[in-house]
Design a protein around this ligand. Structure first.
Ligand SMILES: Nc1nc(=O)c2c([nH]1)NC[C@@H]1CN(c3ccc(C(=O)N[C@@H](CCC(=O)O)C(=O)O)cc3)CN21
Ligand SMILES: CC(C)C(=O)C(=O)O
Ligand SMILES: [Mg+2]
Length: 274
């Protein structure tokens, strides 16, 4: 019998049960090396469609494809063993009909091995969420600031300042909870609204720019370590500044190549040792 120690992955049921308990720690991960580093630290590794902007240099997330999400999702699942891996469904892959959503979500789950998918939307998506959950696909919902709706919203702007908007977000939270989502990301939402809906619904809220009243927090890893600097949303805290380290390493390499001091004999094959 194998004596290998196997740590079971955190499940979407474990995540749902964390409501009212210790806050959920969530970060994005897009690649194998980052997934390996973050897996022991995070409850959820989110393969976010933010990768379009962060990894591919796009201006919005709208150009992200299902194939991109599947390739990065598979890399993160292969390179983690403890965290619950959730993959973002890209723009256009789930809004058309509940059948389209099921087909594409099922493909993401089958081809990546992830535990759940995330879809942006509230009341208008409730029927789709119910359809997916009833057919074995755990759904993380995403309400408030919805980056895939950037053009409809007229920019990446904080949500819930107006009373009508605040009421709509709380309705969205109730609708996706009723539909069976196991948790919900609340993005760019003013504190009173985040606090009220976190108290109202029975599933964990994972905030990004949505105050400490949420049941957990998520950030984009490249923002956290200072690798992404096209823009810095107010809600980002930079815990490290890796860019100067990379610049300095590359500059030292360049200088040594020009001086022919790299590669040294220890980096060469078949060179006589002096
Ligand atoms: N690197 C990165 N980090 C993110 O958090 C992130 C992405 N990319 N891509 C997808 C979305 C887009 N997001 C964004 C992008 C910009 C703002 C922003 O500039 N917000 C301003 C204005 C807010 C307002 O006036 O209402 C801010 O000051 O935060 C916010 C969220 C969040 N997501
Ligand atoms: C920031 C999180 C919530 C996200 O949706 C993403 O990274 O795409
Ligand atoms: Mg996203």
């Amino acid at each position: 019998m194998s004596t290998e120690v196997r740590i079971k992955r955190i499940t979407t049921r474990d995540i749902r049960a964390r409501k009212g308990a210790e806050p959920l720690v969530v970060l994005t991960a897009y690649t194998a090396p980052i997934a390996r580093l973050l897996d022991p630290i995070c409850d959820i590794l989110l393969v976010g469609d933010s990768l379009g902007m962060v990894v591919y240099g796009m201006e919005t997330t709208l150009g992200v494809t299902l194939d991109m999400m599947i390739n990065h999702g598979a890399a993160v699942v292969r390179s983690s063993s403890k965290a619950c891996v959730v993959v973002d469904m890209p723009f256009g892959s789930y809004q058309e009909s509940r059948e389209q959503a099921f087909r594409n979500c099922a493909r993401v789950m089958a081809e990546t091995g992830c535990a759940a998918v995330k879809l942006e939307g509230g009341r208008e998506l409730a029927e789709t969420i119910r359809f997916l959950v009833d057919r074995g696909i755990p759904v993380l919902a995403h309400i408030g600031l919805k980056p895939q709706a950037v053009h409809a919203a007229g920019g990446f702007r904080a949500q819930g300042r107006l009373e009508a908007e605040a009421e709509a977000i709380r309705d969205d939270a109730r609708a996706i909870t009723e539909a069976g989502a196991f948790a919900v990301v609340v993005e760019g939402t003013v504190e009173p609204v985040s606090r009220a809906l976190s108290a109202e619904i029975s599933i964990p809220t994972i905030g990004i720019g949505a105050s400490p009243a949420c049941d957990g927090q998520v950030l984009v890893i490249d923002d956290l370590v200072g690798l992404f600097d096209d823009f810095t949303p107010k809600f980002v805290k930079r815990y490290a500044d890796l860019r100067p380290l990379i610049t300095e390493a590359a500059q030292r390499y360049a200088a040594e190549v020009k001086a022919r001091s790299f590669p040294g004999p220890e980096h060469c094959f078949g060179m006589p040792k002096k």
